[in-house]
Every structure is written in structure tokens, then in C-alpha cells.
Design a protein around this ligand. Sequence first.
Ligand SMILES: Nc1ncnc2c1ncn2[C@@H]1O[C@H](COP(=O)(O)OP(=O)(O)OP(=O)(O)O)[C@@H](O)[C@H]1O
Length: 259
Amino acid sequence: MNSEHSTFTAGKKVPLDTPSNVLEAAGVSASYGARPILQSLDLSVRPGEVYALLGANGAGKSTTLSLFLGFLVPDSGRVRVNGIDPVARAADARRQLAYIPENVAFYEQLSARENLVYLLDLAGQSAGSGEIDQALLAAGLDAAAFDRRMGGFSKGMRQKVAIALALARRVPALLLDEPTSGLDPKATYEFNRLLELLRARGIATLMVTHDLLSASEVADRIGFLNAGILQEEVAAQGATGSERFDVRNLHRRYAGQAA
Ligand SMILES: Nc1ncnc2c1ncn2[C@@H]1O[C@H](COP(=O)(O)OP(=O)(O)OP(=O)(O)O)[C@@H](O)[C@H]1O
């Protein structure tokens, strides 16, 4: 039980075994040196929720990811990953997370299977070959590619391996930095279906993106960050379907903000 997490029910403090927010930033301000970047940021992602963080270049989106990764110490406020402080308990917090940067790095000489075995081992986990194959298949990698060297993999294939690693590690949270940039429409479509799988598995996903169409298709909530301030959050209207968000409306807000 995590004593840091509790809630008030009818005036009585009730401890929670599982935090209701897997990713949580509350009243967070952060800076690089003397330069303030994020101001009083309140952002949370629940289990099984896909949260898309939008904002102009330099708005502070990647900086937000850095907070959850424990790369940046906040000036004030509270950051938690599955109830764990990513600075005070860095190794524990990292075990809760998978981070997929814009360009995912793997051991180029190793195959997808070998990368997974090795990276799981580095993470202190062992998985049988059956489990590894299941994760790769669930992530949508063609079985013919399992034993190919990753040096020749496309960005879309690399992302599938990265998602397979997250699935095999059974992490409760996933951080994605511009996952669909540079993907063709088919690969983008496949990636968006993968996000739906992550949602179904109860993973809390925070995705930084400029891709409004993907965000509108897969996100449950969209936040607009402007100059380090989370100006607005909008929630999906329906559980599924293309009308979850009004894309034109999103575009107007986003473009208006970026101007
Ligand atoms: N390591 C760093 N040291 C100093 N300043 C930084 C550092 N990293 C980012 N910045 C600055 O912080 C601000 C926010 O950057 P951040 O990368 O979080 O923005 P972003 O919203 O992710 O932008 P983009 O869409 O271009 O990736 C920018 O002005 C950037 O120049």
C-alpha cells in the first residue's frame, strides 16, 4: 500500500491501494536554469486512458515528459508515476514506465526477438520465448520479421518492437514523443490501432503530438499546452468512432494558439 495516496470519502481519509492516476503532475512549475518553462501544471492520466498533449513548438510538451522520466526536478509541485516520485525513487519509477522517443533506438545488429530478450534482461525481467513472441504479435510485428536484424527496420516496425517491450514489461504507463511524425498513413493507422490495444490493457498513455487527426481518433482527452501553461483540456464525446472529437474545432484552437 502506498501511504502517499489517499482520498477523502464522506470526510474520512481512505487509503488507496492503487493510485487512480497513473501519471500525475499537480501544481508543477519547472525551469531550465533561470528560464521558467512549465507553470502550475496539473495533468493526470488514468489507467486505460490515452491523453494527447498538443502545443506549439517550444510549448513545453517534451519537458512534461522529462518530469515523469525524472530527468527534470520540478521547482515546485508534485509529480508521481504510479504513486512514485520519479526523482526521489528514480529506479522504482522507471520500472513503471516505457518511454518511446520520436526515434526509437535498438541494437541494430540484433533481431527483434534478441533485442527483447536482452532489454528485458537489462530491466531485470526474464520472459520465455512464447511470451516474447506473443508480445511481438500483439504489437503487430509481422512474424517474418522476428528474427531479422533491426538495422533494416522502418520507424513503424521499431515502434511495434518498442510497444512489444512495454507489453512484455507489463508497465502501467507509456510515454510517447511524437509517435506518428514521419509515419505514412498506413503505419499511422496501425499505430493508432496499437494505442487502442494499450487502452484495452489498462495502460495509461501520455502522447505528445502535433498530429491532430491521430489525437482526435485515439485520445480520450486532449490537453493544449501554450507557453508552459495547460490552457485547456477537452474530453472525447464517444467511446469509439471518428466523431470522438470535432477535428476542425481542434484545429482552430490549435492553430489559433500557435499563432
Ligand atoms: N535541456 C534544455 N536546456 C535548456 N532549455 C531547454 C532544454 N530543453 C528544452 N529547452 C527549451 O524549453 C522550451 C520547451 O521545450 P520542449 O522541448 O519541452 O518543447 P516542445 O513543446 O516539446 O516543443 P517541440 O514541439 O518543438 O518538440 C523550449 O524553449 C526549449 O528551447
